[in-house]
Design a protein around this ligand. Structure first.
Ligand SMILES: *Cc1c(COP(=O)(O)O)cnc(C)c1O
Length: 427
């Protein structure tokens, strides 16, 4: 596709955007002069859908009016409340409703999933993750290995990009699996790498790893709501994601979890159990014989925080209104391609884009290394912020920006690139 580097053209793209109106369903942070910020940080904390307040107010009033009876009252009773999110989650990750559940937080879920799916033996005990994994994932893996009495030193395989490359080649992952697959118990990789924005070939990796007898899990923190997936068809064993990034459900909101249906009936799987995972028809008999629900819900521990789930429900309804993940990825592709075009066209050699460019290898985030022309990186970033852009700067000179199809516009991209260019002037 050929683009033009002009405000007029960006505005034209906005006028033709079939989901441009969705921006009005979000609260866009305001600058001091009352104009919208250019918010490009949805990969870190998604903006608040306008529906959230209504949904929360509703639950607060249910609680006021009905007290404990709120568990059974109205269209959205609290007892089965998490079930109202299953369809939305399932669509986003390509799963059956019975394979997804909202519970806990992301890192907690990684641990609970490893309790079930990391079962090291003397010959098969390694976990394959990436060298530059999100620290929480690294800590979770390392501590699970130690918990089982193994040594992270020879039990963690850390895969990284080749010298002078920024993303990890699928072939390199396949080679590790070929060489060491028999000793790998678990492959735990991101769907989308948080730092570079690289999308992993989840299907190919899953297939190759499972052929070697490994279990496969994905951290979808940056993938859910960003790229389309088919976890069920791909036979992924488990996946975890948070809901506050591209799912716009508020800081620290409850996370999501996928467990493939092939594991649901397996009562031999080790698991840390809680009463909310127990068969719903007999849960309140309060007996002491754990009988897991035949779905991903079996991994739940506690009755969940309804206020957080209400925010997720508001967000999932907003995504549905936009036309679901299909509509989002369609716009996302054009929006991100436009941003990439503008960056190259306007800034040329002053920036290097770390995010890969091959189709299927990127979502809506671009990570840039900026040549600051001798300026302190912080100075450049402060200028950008002052000009109304919220992005994410990593010392010394990496900036991550995510034009989010739900609420960002082509004009946002245009303005951002102009501001970045201006901020790089050594004056
Ligand atoms: C955002 C993110 C986390 C954060 O974990 P929490 O448990 O939600 O605090 C973990 N891992 C990855 C890959 C992330 O992107």
């Amino acid at each position: 596709m050929s683009f033009e580097n002009s405000l007029n053209y960006a505005q034209q793209l906005d006028a033709q955007d079939p989901i441009a109106h969705m921006r009005d369903s979000f609260h866009i942070p305001q600058q001091e002069d009352g104009t919208d910020e250019i918010y490009l940080c949805g990969n870190s904390l998604g903006l608040q859908p306008t529906k959230v307040k209504d949904y929360l107010d509703f639950e607060l009033s249910q609680w006021q009016k009905y007290g404990v009876k709120g568990h059974f009252t109205g269209n959205f009773p609290w007892m089965p409340y998490h079930e109202f999110l299953s369809e939305g989650f399932a669509e986003l990750v390509g799963a059956k409703s019975s394979e997804v559940v909202a519970m806990n937080s992301l890192t907690a879920n990684l641990h609970f999933m490893m309790v079930s799916f990391y079962q090291p033996t003397q010959t098969r005990f390694k976990i394959l993750i990436e060298d530059h994994a999100f620290p929480s994932d690294h800590y979770a893996v390392e501590s699970q290995i130690k918990f089982h009495g193994f040594d992270p030193e020879d039990s963690m395989i850390l895969i990284k990009p080749r010298e002078n490359e920024t993303s990890i080649r699928t072939q390199d992952i396949l080679d590790v699996l070929k060489e060491q697959g028999e000793s790998i118990a678990l492959v735990l990789l991101p769907g989308v790498q948080y730092y570079t924005g690289q999308v992993f070939d989840m299907q190919t990796i899953t297939q190759a790893a499972q052929q070697k007898g490994c279990k496969v899990g994905f951290d979808l923190a940056h993938a859910t709501g960003n790229v389309a997936m088919q976890l069920h068809d791909w036979q992924v064993d488990f996946a975890c994601w948070c809901s506050y990034k591209y799912l716009n459900s508020g800081p620290g909101s409850i996370a999501g979890c996928f467990v493939h249906q092939k594991h649901h009936g397996n009562k031999d799987l080790p698991r840390f159990a809680g009463w909310w995972g127990h068969d719903k028809t007999t849960r309140f008999k309060m007996e002491n014989h754990f009988n897991p629900i035949q779905s991903a819900e079996a991994w739940q521990l506690s009755n969940p925080p309804i206020l957080s789930l209400a925010a997720i429900r508001a967000s999932l309804d907003t995504i549905k209104e936009a036309g679901g993940i299909k509509a989002l990825t369609k716009k996302s592709r054009q929006l991100t391609d436009y941003l990439r075009f503008l960056l190259k066209n306007e800034l040329g050699d002053s920036i290097q884009i770390l995010t890969p460019e091959a189709p299927e290898s990127y979502g809506c985030q671009l990570s840039l290394t900026v040549d600051t022309h001798g300026l302190e990186g912080k100075v450049v970033f402060d200028r950008i912020e002052k000009a109304g852009v919220t992005g994410d700067w990593r010392h010394p000179n990496v900036i991550r920006v995510a034009p989010v199809p739900l609420y960002n516009s082509f004009t946002d991209c245009y303005r951002f690139v102009q501001i970045l260019k201006q901020s790089l002037k050594n004056t």
